[in-house]
Design a protein around this ligand. Structure first.
Ligand code: ADP
Ligand code: MG
Length: 490
C-alpha cells in the first residue's frame, strides 16, 4: 500500500492554524449548503455541516484524466447492455434464481419488454467510482452506479470550499490543482435534455425520493439547478408511498402525478429491497416503467448496473460486443479481477481461491448503497457455508484494491477538533447519456466527486457514517515525497 506525504503541508499542523482553518471551512459549508439533515432528529428545520477533510487529497493527475476519458465509453457501455436483452438475460439468469430483489426487478423488465417499451429512450445519470493505488495513471474501477448516483451537488460545494481554504492559507499558486467541477450543472443539463426530448410543454420532472433523507442538500441542489437553467420546468418530489395513490396512466400511457404529466422520472431511491416494503411499491415501479415518461434509470439500465453484469463485462470479449477498439482499451484499462461464483468449474475454482486467500478479495452481493460487502476472514466463513449451494451465485468476487493512503484532518459536526487520520479517497466521475436502442442523442462526462475515509475503515459512504467529503488535489508522480508513514512525522 503506497503512502504519501503532502507536497506542501507538514502534519501535524500548528494548532492555531488548524483551528482557524477548521472554523473557516465549517462556516463555508454551513453557509453554502454543504450540510446534512440530522439523522437522530425528526425535525427538518435544521442541518449541520457534512463530515469533511480539511485539505483536498492528493490524486494522480494522469489517473484523473484517464477516469474522465473513460467516462463516455462507460456511459455507452452501460446503455449498450441495457438494450441487449440477450446479454442481460444471460448475465442474470443464475442470479435471479437466488436473489429475490434482482428477480423482482427482472420480472418488471420481462413484463415491459414482452409488451414492448412504451418509451424507447433512457436517461443514464452515472457515477463511476475508482481507487488509485499510487500516483501513476493506473486507476481501478470499484463500480458503475446507474441509479441514485449522488454527490454531484455536494461535491461542487466541497471543491469550492477547498479552494477557499487554500486561498485563506495563502496557497494561491496551488488553486489550479483542484480541477473545476461542473458535476451539478452537468447532471441537471442531462435531465433537461431528457425533458426537451419528451417535448411536452408544461410536463414535469418527478424526483422519486425516500420518506426522509439526510442527504437533502445534494438532492435539493439538483432541483434548484434545474430551475436555474430552465425556470419553466416544474419539479415534483414524491415518495414511492405517495406515488402508490397519486401516480396514474392515461389511456395513451402518459404518467400523471397530481395533475402534471411527467416527462422524466429521476430515482433517488429504488435500489434497495427496503424501498419496496409491499407489493404496492413494486406495482408503482411497474406502472412507471410502462409509462411514456423517460426514466433515469429505466428498468433495463437499472439491471445493467448490477454487480453481476460488472463481473460478466470483465470476461474476455464481452466489451467488444458494445464498444469500438479504442473504447474497449480504455474501459479494460480500469478493470481489476472479477470472478463468477456460478455453479460450475470456474465458480468452484474462484470459491477455492477466495477461501485460501480471503484477504485478497471482496465478496459482493447484488446490493447498492454501501455496507453490504464481505471482507477478509468473513469471506472464507461465508463461502465455506454456502460453497455447495446455488446461494453463492447471488455474489460476485472481486480483487481487493488497496488505495494509496495519506494524512489528512477529518472534521465531523459536534466532534470539536479535527482528527488526524491516514485517509484513502474514492473518486467518482459523473456522466450523462440519453439514448435508445439505436441512437445516442447526447453522451457527456460532466464532473467528479472525491469521498475519503480513514484507511482503517472498510467502506466509506458519507451517509453510512465513516466517509467524508473531499476534493482531488491533482499531482504528478514527481511532485510528492514518498515516506514510510509520515503521520505525526516532522
Ligand atoms: N474491490 C474493492 N477493493 C477495495 N474496496 C472495495 C472494493 N469494492 C468495494 N470496496 C469498498 O466498498 C464500498 C462499497 O462497494 P461498492 O461496490 O461501491 O458497492 P455499493 O453499491 O454498496 O456502493 C466502496 O465504496 C469501497 O469503499
Ligand atoms: Mg459504491
Amino acid at each position: 500500500m503506497a503512502e504519501y506525504s503532502h507536497p506542501f503541508l507538514k502534519f501535524p499542523m500548528n494548532e492555531k492554524e488548524l483551528e482557524e482553518l477548521a472554523q473557516n471551512e465549517r462556516d463555508y459549508l454551513l453557509l453554502h449548503g454543504g450540510s446534512l439533515r440530522l439523522r437522530e432528529s425528526k425535525s427538518n428545520d435544521e442541518v449541520r455541516f457534512a463530515p469533511f477533510f480539511l485539505f483536498p487529497s492528493l490524486f494522480p493527475e494522469r489517473g484523473f484524466r484517464r477516469a474522465l476519458l473513460v467516462q463516455t465509453a462507460m456511459n455507452k457501455l452501460m446503455m449498450g447492455v441495457a438494450y441487449d436483452r440477450q446479454f442481460l438475460t444471460h448475465c442474470l439468469k443464475n442470479t435471479i434464481e437466488v436473489d429475490d430483489f434482482t428477480a423482482g426487478l427482472f420480472k418488471i423488465y420481462t413484463a415491459v419488454m414482452d409488451e414492448g417499451l412504451t418509451q424507447p429512450i433512457t436517461l443514464g445519470l452515472l457515477r463511476v467510482d475508482y481507487f488509485a493505488c499510487d500516483l501513476s495513471d493506473t486507476i481501478y474501477q470499484v463500480e458503475a452506479n446507474v441509479i441514485a448516483s449522488g454527490w454531484s451537488g455536494m461535491s461542487v460545494v466541497s471543491t469550492d470550499m477547498h479552494r477557499y481554504g487554500l486561498t485563506e492559507m495563502g496557497h494561491l499558486d496551488k488553486l489550479d490543482q483542484i480541477p473545476v467541477n461542473t458535476s451539478l450543472s452537468g447532471i441537471a443539463e442531462g435531465m433537461i435534455h431528457a425533458w426537451d426530448k419528451y417535448n411536452v410543454e408544461g410536463a414535469a420532472i418527478l424526483f422519486v425520493v425516500e420518506e426522509r433523507t439526510i442527504n437533502i442538500c445534494d438532492q435539493r441542489f439538483h432541483e434548484f439547478q434545474i430551475y436555474k437553467q430552465r425556470p419553466g420546468i416544474k419539479v415534483l418530489r414524491r415518495t414511492h408511498g405517495e406515488l402508490v395513490t397519486k401516480a396514474t396512466l392515461t389511456s395513451d400511457r402518459r404518467l400523471m402525478v397530481d395533475g402534471y404529466e411527467i416527462a422524466l422520472v429521476y430515482y433517488r431511491m429504488g435500489y434497495s429491497p427496503d424501498h419496496y416494503p409491499t407489493d404496492k411499491e413494486w406495482s408503482v415501479r411497474l406502472l412507471i416503467e410502462r409509462s411514456k415518461a423517460i426514466k433515469s434509470p429505466s428498468i433495463q439500465l437499472h439491471l445493467s448496473g448490477t454487480k453481476k453484469v460488472q463481473q460478466e463485462l470483465s470476461r474476455p470479449g464481452a466489451l467488444e460486443r458494445f464498444l469500438n477498439e479504442e473504447e474497449v482499451k480504455l474501459c479494460r484499462s480500469v478493470f481489476t479481477g472479477l470472478y463468477s461464483l456460478d455453479m460450475n468449474e470456474e465458480g468452484d475454482a474462484a470459491v477455492k481461491m477466495a477461501i485460501a486467500n480471503p484477504e485478497r478479495f471482496v465478496l459482493k452481493p447484488q446490493r447498492e448503497g454501501g455496507g453490504n460487502n464481505v471482507y477478509g476472514l468473513e469471506i472464507a466463513k461465508t463461502l465455506s457455508a454456502i460453497k455447495n449451494s446455488p446461494e453463492r451465485t447471488g455474489y460476485i468476487l472481486m480483487d481487493l484494491i488497496e488505495p494509496h493512503v495519506q494524512p489528512n484532518y477529518l472534521l465531523r459536526a459536534g466532534q470539536g477538533k479535527p482528527q488526524l487520520v491516514q485517509a484513502v479517497g474514492e473518486l467518482g466521475i459523473f456522466g450523462y447519456i440519453l439514448s435508445d436502442a439505436n441512437q445516442t442523442y447526447c453522451n457527456e462526462c460532466c464532473g467528479f466527486t472525491l469521498r475519503s475515509k480513514p484507511s482503517t475503515v472498510l467502506e466509506g459512504g458519507v451517509i453510512g457514517g465513516s466517509g467524508a467529503m473531499d476534493s482531488p488535489f491533482l499531482v504528478s508522480s514527481d511532485e510528492h515525497i514518498r515516506t514510510a508513514s509520515d503521520l505525526g512525522e516532522k
